[in-house]
Design a protein around this ligand. Structure first.
Ligand SMILES: *[C@@H]1O[C@H](CO)[C@@H](O)[C@H](O)[C@H]1NC(C)=O
Ligand SMILES: *[C@@H]1O[C@H](CO)[C@@H](O)[C@H](O)[C@H]1NC(C)=O
Length: 191
């Protein structure tokens, strides 16, 4: 009797061991290309992921911020895509699970979570942090360069005007110097 029990326990252990190995090999892997993405306002962000799992998975992307959380899109590669109304026309889903969000706003900054669910029910999460930046700084840089270019152009034009003025005065003086005596002579004749 005792040996039978030991045998059953032994077999159960083996079964658990086999089960855990199967479970381990079935593990989903989600490789996120970049854990943090920085994108400018009005630009677009691309969350590139590489998924490995058994069967055709269901992919879900969620948005998580301090004050809100909502679903962005759910789809199966090759199947139908269900995009939340809030993100319609702003979201592009890719076959490999990657997601593109365009027309970014400041409030899009936050944590984006992908959940991959296998047909068997196993699922796994991965996250990407998005930071939407204002382009103000770049704008100021452009403005400064623009002002400098304008200032240089203005200085050059002023120099040109000054030189032309000088030249004009010089030519005029030279002309008068050459022609004045004759004029004087002809004009003085009648007197
Ligand atoms: C996923 O697909 C997109 C679009 O086809 C591609 O640009 C991207 O490089 C892919 N990502 C990976 C990790 O393969
Ligand atoms: C998309 O998902 C929402 C929420 O789960 C659901 O109410 C809606 O019916 C789905 N739309 C389609 C076309 O499957």
């Amino acid at each position: 009797m005792k040996t039978v029990w030991i045998s059953i326990i032994h077999h159960t252990q083996i079964l658990i061991f086999i089960f855990s190995i199967c479970h381990y090999t079935q593990a989903i892997t989600i490789q996120v290309q970049s854990n943090a993405v920085i994108a400018p306002i009005q630009g677009s962000a691309f969350f590139s992921v590489d998924i490995e799992c058994i069967g055709i998975p269901t992919i879900k992307w969620m948005f998580n911020a301090i004050d809100k959380q909502h679903r962005i899109a759910t789809w199966t590669p090759g199947g139908s895509v269900n995009v939340t109304q809030l993100y319609e026309e702003r979201v592009e889903t890719h076959f490999n699970g990657s997601l593109t969000i365009s027309h970014l706003r400041l409030q899009d900054s936050g944590y984006y979570i992908i959940t991959v669910t296998e047909p068997s029910g196993n699922s796994k999460d991965a996250g990407v942090l998005l930071n939407v930046t204002e382009v103000l700084y770049e704008d100021i840089q452009y403005l400064v360069v623009f002002i400098i270019v304008l200032a240089v152009l203005a200085a050059f034009l002023m120099l040109c005007v000054w030189l032309l003025n000088k030249l004009y005065r010089y030519v005029k003086a030279w002309y008068i110097k050459r022609h004045l005596p004759e004029h004087n002579a002809t004009e003085l004749q009648p007197l």
